[in-house]
Design a protein around this ligand. Sequence first.
Ligand SMILES: O=C(O)c1ccc[n+]([C@@H]2O[C@H](COP(=O)([O-])O)[C@@H](O)[C@H]2O)c1
Ligand SMILES: Cc1cc2nc[nH]c2cc1C
Length: 356
Amino acid sequence: MLAETLAAIRPADPRALAEARAHQDRLTKPRGSLGVLEDVAVRLAGAAGVSPPPMPEPAALAIFAADHGVHARGVTPWPQEVTVQMVGNFLAGGAVANAFAAQAGATVTVVDVGVAADLPDAPQLIRHKIAYGTADLSQGPAMTVDQAVRALEAGILVGKELIAAGARCLITGDMGIANTTASAALISAFTGMDPAEVTGRGTGIDDETYERKVGLVRSALRANAVSDVSSSPSEALRALAAVGGFEHAAIAGLILCGAAERVPVILDGVIAGAAALVAAALDPAAIDHCVAGHRSAEPGHTAALAHLGLRPLVELELRLGEGTGGLLAHPMVCAAVRVMHDVATFDSAGVTEKPV
Ligand SMILES: O=C(O)c1ccc[n+]([C@@H]2O[C@H](COP(=O)([O-])O)[C@@H](O)[C@H]2O)c1
Ligand SMILES: Cc1cc2nc[nH]c2cc1C
């Protein structure tokens, strides 16, 4: 299914891009006056292959939840069981992601790709558990390549289900105590930047824990001999398996699915940024179908966005995850596209254009 999905991905359509840019310039506003929102609308036209692009609603948030073997090394102050407890909170409707999703009119689906506990049935829960958490990435591979591919394919399947149910925009979400350590390792591996530059304080850690976290990211890259990861898709998969998490793999799959189906994907924070680097290494054209919802406070996120050439829409020092930054950006993406559908042109409204 991964190969089939990759084969279906097309880059942004140059004709739709040109038409959308020309249309923007005919609308009753000074050229460029909507700034980055014009770029967003043009980007979505390129991704959809048609101008104006379809409205990116309704949106569906998929929160991929998983645990991490590196948790045992002391990289976060939070106990591992918070992952499964927060899954319960999402399913009960009590998390920030639920509040933001209600505000954005988005559905919430939670996917267990590797939580270290058994979960009771719930209507919004999809089960794709690959294992009860990853292995400790600082000692060797976090997952096997087969597990990484299965987690990627879980993300693809979830994307297909959400689109079949009517979603016209996918929003990435994650839940996994310790997953900012795996994110930093992936970002270092895929950008070539030093672990000290891309490792952040996650949920909030003291200086001693931070130094240990940077050291563990360094050990992970050394123990797994991760280098030159963008040289081929198989090296990218090996790096994902070596230092990633099940939720990173699944989010990469969701991105590839959106790209293959020409449904835009709004990326959340540092976990999504790390996953997008994996998707880009498998097919750079996948990123043409993504919008960066926000810039997280984690330094690795800025590094990932720069490497991907993405400009985030919202910058509010959020560092929560769950898809919250992506959900906040969704109304802006909708507004950008609605302009293309609703706003009059100088000709149709009889408004005089600026003399050339
Ligand atoms: O989205 C982000 O940029 C982000 C930044 C910091 C923390 N988080 C969330 O916090 C958890 C990981 O933090 P940590 O410190 O346990 O690695 C995980 O559940 C993430 O969703 C998320
Ligand atoms: C309470 C809590 C909620 C979260 N949501 C995403 N990551 C999280 C981490 C913690 C600790």
